[in-house]
Design a protein around this ligand. Structure first.
Ligand code: ASC
Length: 156
């Protein structure tokens, strides 16, 4: 077909390709979360699993369960990976009545981003720290402080 194209058809094909490329580029942001509640569910799920692993590490750091470096590093690795995940799931307008957001992180986007960056920097250090109970305890304190800083501003 294209072989027999006139100039007009070529224009249409070019237009179709350009439109397709634009749609492809535009699609992901909408495709990730079809509904606002999907974004809320996604980020809350991530925070739930992170909190579970923070709890496991905390129990070891407090001596409530025996320290196990392999288990501690597994949890630390998960927290480090999970810690990168929630931030794309805060689309504007997703402060719903099922969300525990307070304040307006979209109006304070730079501040919100700073909290995220600080948290991710601290969770990155948790993986090597989890090799010993003393370094785990210290770094868990730093991670917890970075959780709290953001919660004080933005979590109910
Ligand atoms: C956790 C957890 C949080 C933070 C916060 C730190 O383990 O579930 O929400 O640490 O308590 O202040």
């Amino acid at each position: 077909m294209i072989f027999y194209s006139t100039r007009g058809n070529m224009k249409q094909i070019l237009l179709a390709c350009t439109t397709g490329a634009v749609l492809l580029l535009a699609a992901p942001a909408q495709a990730q979360f079809a509904k606002v509640q999907d974004a809320v569910d996604y980020r809350q799920s991530v925070f739930t699993i992170m909190a579970n692993h923070m709890g496991r590490l905390s129990a070891m750091a407090r001596g409530q369960v025996p320290f196990d470096a392999a288990k501690a590093q597994d949890s630390a690795r998960l927290i480090d990976q999970l810690g990168k995940m929630p931030w794309e799931a805060f689309p504007a307008g997703s402060n719903t009545n099922t969300s525990k957001l307070k304040g307006d992180p979209w109006k304070q986007a730079a501040q919100f981003r700073q909290y995220q960056e600080k948290f991710m920097a601290e969770t990155g250090k948790l993986v090597p720290a989890a090799a010993s109970v003393d370094s785990l305890r210290a770094q868990l304190g730093a991670v917890g402080a970075s959780c709290k800083a953001c919660h004080d501003s933005f979590r109910q």
